[in-house]
Write a new protein. Structure first.
Length: 246
């Protein structure tokens, strides 16, 4: 009889290497939601000490930091709507979408669960999203502001003619702008994972569909809109060189 060969397991370093993008998305989304929802909790506890502007700055700054931190590892999607939008226009493989989305939602759930565990008792406030007015109003707002956000992301992340070094600043600033004016209207989620995590932790699902459908539709629209405008793939320096020779 031929002896059975021992089953070989891939080395831990190889497993980690192949899962690095998912680990990066997990960490980045966790820190984003922990910081943003933490700011909301502090603002409630301290009677509007942080304020709407402060909360918007925290969300935008957290996005900017994570883009620069893990952008080179996973692309720093930190948002299921962004992942799906990139895949819809063939800028990201569909086979990787489920893993990214699961990592992002899991991270958001863990982050809000951590906040609820730390800030228990009188500090326990629901930090999820539910439409302040009608569902339709919030749906329209979430769709539009996520369209705007994804339009910017697609430009700075996929077009060589854009200034890639400033991608984090551009994306973070867009989040700040959207959150400042849309926060009181819809909550300015722009991210299904950001809304799903708190909903699961607090078991509050009222209007959650708005924050899944709106950002997803808006992100797909924003990605396709910019790709429609991108009528040439040449870098800016080649375009300028060609014009100077005419």
């Amino acid at each position: 009889m031929t002896p059975k060969m021992p089953r070989l397991h891939p080395p831990l370093s190889l497993v980690i290497s192949t899962k690095r993008p998912l680990i990066a998305e997990l960490f980045a989304t966790y820190f984003l939601v922990f910081a943003g929802c933490g700011a909301i909790t502090v603002n409630i506890d301290k009677k509007n000490l942080v304020g709407q502007t402060g909360i918007a700055i925290v969300w935008g700054s957290a996005v900017m930091v994570m883009v620069y931190t893990v952008g080179h590892v996973s692309g720093a999607h930190i948002n299921p709507a962004v992942t799906i939008a990139f895949a819809s226009c063939k800028r990201f493989p569909w086979k990787q979408v489920p893993g990214y989305v699961i990592a992002q939602i899991l991270a958001s759930t863990l982050a809000t669960g951590t906040l609820r565990l730390i800030l228990s008792g009188k500090h326990d406030h629901f930090v999820g999203n539910s439409p302040p007015g009608s569902d339709l109003q919030s749906l329209a707002m979430e769709t539009i502001i996520t369209f705007y956000l994804m339009f910017v992301i697609t430009s700075v992340a996929t077009d060589d003619r854009a200034t890639g070094q400033l991608a984090g600043v551009a994306i973070g600033s867009t989040v700040v702008l959207n959150a400042m004016f849309a926060g009181p209207i819809s909550g300015a989620s722009m991210n299904p994972a950001r809304s799903i995590g708190p909903a699961v932790v607090w078991n509050e699902y009222k209007g959650l569909w708005v924050y899944i459908l709106g950002p997803t539709v808006g992100a797909i629209g924003g990605a396709w809109a910019y790709n429609t405008l991108r009528f040439i793939d040449k870098p800016l320096k080649e375009i300028m060189k060609g014009e100077s020779q005419q």
